[in-house]
Design a protein around this ligand. Structure first.
Ligand code: FDA
Length: 284
C-alpha cells in the first residue's frame, strides 16, 4: 500500500512527497509563505544496518540540499529510523554522524521522541551529542508522561532545546496521564517552566487552548517572540498555522516525506476520528 498510487494519494494529506527533492520543493514553498520547516524522512523500526545507513544517507542529502538552497529548515529524526532496534550503538553512530554534519553546516537536528521504551535512551543520547556539538541537537518531551517535568529540568540545565508536545503513542496508566484534561494541564505547567528558561523552545501543538495559554503567558511575563516558536504538523490546522504567522509568531512546519508513511499516517488518523471519514471519502 505504501508504494501504490492510491496509497500515495491518500498519504498526501499528511506527507509532503516521496523523495528528498519533493521535501526540498515543499520546504521552499512553505518558506515563501513565511514558515520555517523541520523535515522528517519517514521510517521507523528499521531492522538492519543496511536500512539504517540508507536512512541516514537521506538525512545527509537533506542537510546538503537545505544548505545548498539556503532554506529555512532543520531536520527531525527517530532513533528507531536510524538503527536503534538493530543496536543502540548503531543508532548512536548514525545520529552522531548526522549531528556532526548539521553542526558543520550550522544547522540543527531534533531527535523525535518515541514510546517510553526509548525515552531515557533518547534523552541520554541528546545529552551526549549536545556535549560534543553544543546547540546542534535537541529533543522532544511529551506532556502525557509523569516523568517529563524532571526531564525538562534536566535538559534545560544543560541548555538543550526542547520541543514540547502532548505525546502520540499508546502508554500505560503507570507512566502516563490517561485523561486528556490532565495531559493538557501538564502541558501548560511544562510550558510555564520551559518558556522563561532562556533556552529556545518549540511549542508543538494544534490545540487552540494551548496556543492561547502560551500567548497569554508570554505576554504576561514579557517573553520575547524570539524565545520560542509554534510548531505544527504538515497538513494539520492550516488556518491556525497562517493565523499565528500573521500575528507575528515564528511557526515551524513538521514536514514528513518518504515512502514509509504508514505508521505516521495511522497515528495522525488515530488522533482525530474525523480523519477516518476523510480517508473513506478519498477512497470513494
Ligand atoms: P489535540 O490532540 O488536543 O488536538 C487539538 C486539535 O488539533 C484537535 O481538536 C484537532 O482539531 C487538531 N488536530 C490534532 N491532531 C490532528 C490530526 N492528526 N489531524 C487533524 N487535526 C488534528 N509526538 C510524539 O510522541 N513525539 C514527537 O516527537 C512528536 N513530534 C511532534 C512534532 C510536532 C511539530 C507536532 C505538532 C506534534 C508532534 N507530536 C509528537 C504529536 C503530538 O504528541 C500529538 O500527538 C499531536 O500534536 C496532537 O496533539 P495536539 O497538541 O495537537 O492536541
Amino acid at each position: 500500500m505504501e508504494h501504490s498510487a492510491p496509497g500515495r494519494r491518500l498519504s498526501s494529506r499528511f506527507v509532503a512527497g516521496m523523495t528528498v527533492e519533493d521535501a526540498l520543493r515543499a520546504t521552499r514553498e512553505l518558506n515563501e509563505q513565511g514558515f520555517a520547516v523541520t523535515a522528517d524522512a519517514l521510517g521507523e523500526s528499521v531492522r538492519s544496518e543496511q536500512e539504517a545507513l540508507a536512512a541516514a544517507e537521506i538525512y545527509h542529502q537533506l542537510l546538503d540540499g537545505i544548505s545548498a538552497a539556503n532554506l529555512n529548515a532543520n531536520i527531525s529524526l527517530k532513533l528507531t529510523g536510524v538503527g536503534m532496534e538493530v543496536s543502540p550503538e548503531l543508532a548512536e553512530r548514525t545520529t552522531r554522524d548526522i549531528v556532526a554534519h548539521a553542526a558543520h553546516l550550522k544547522n540543527f537536528v531534533r531527535i523525535d521522541m518515541e514510546n517510553t521504551q526509548y525515552t531515557e535512551r533518547t534523552i541520554a543520547l541528546a545529552e551526549r551529542l549536545n556535549q560534543q556539538f553544543p546547540g546542534a541537537v535537541g529533543t522532544v518531551l511529551q506532556a502525557y508522561l509523569f516523568r517529563t517535568e524532571g526531564d525538562a529540568e534536566r535538559l534545560l540545565r544543560q541548555g538543550i532545546r526542547i520541543r514540547l508536545c502532548k505525546g502520540a503513542y499508546k502508554e500505560g496508566a503507570d507512566v502516563a496521564f490517561p485523561q486528556k484534561p490532565d495531559v493538557d494541564r501538564n502541558y501548560v505547567k511544562l510550558m510555564h517552566k520551559i518558556l522563561p528558561s532562556g533556552v529556545f523552545c518549540g511549542i508543538a501543538t494544534h490545540d487552540a487552548a494551548m496556543v492561547e495559554a502560551t500567548e497569554r503567558f508570554a505576554a504576561e511575563h514579557n517573553i520575547s517572540r524570539s524565545a520560542f516558536e509554534f510548531q505544527m504538523l504538515y497538513g494539520v490546522k492550516r488556518d491556525l498555522q497562517c493565523e499565528l504567522l500573521k500575528r507575528g509568531y515564528g511557526v515551524r512546519i513538521y514536514l514528513p516525506f518518504g515512502t514509509d508513511w504508514y505508521p505516521y499516517f495511522m497515528r495522525r488518523l488515530a488522533e482525530r476520528p474525523a480523519n477516518v471519514l476523510f480517508l473513506l471519502k478519498n477512497l470513494v
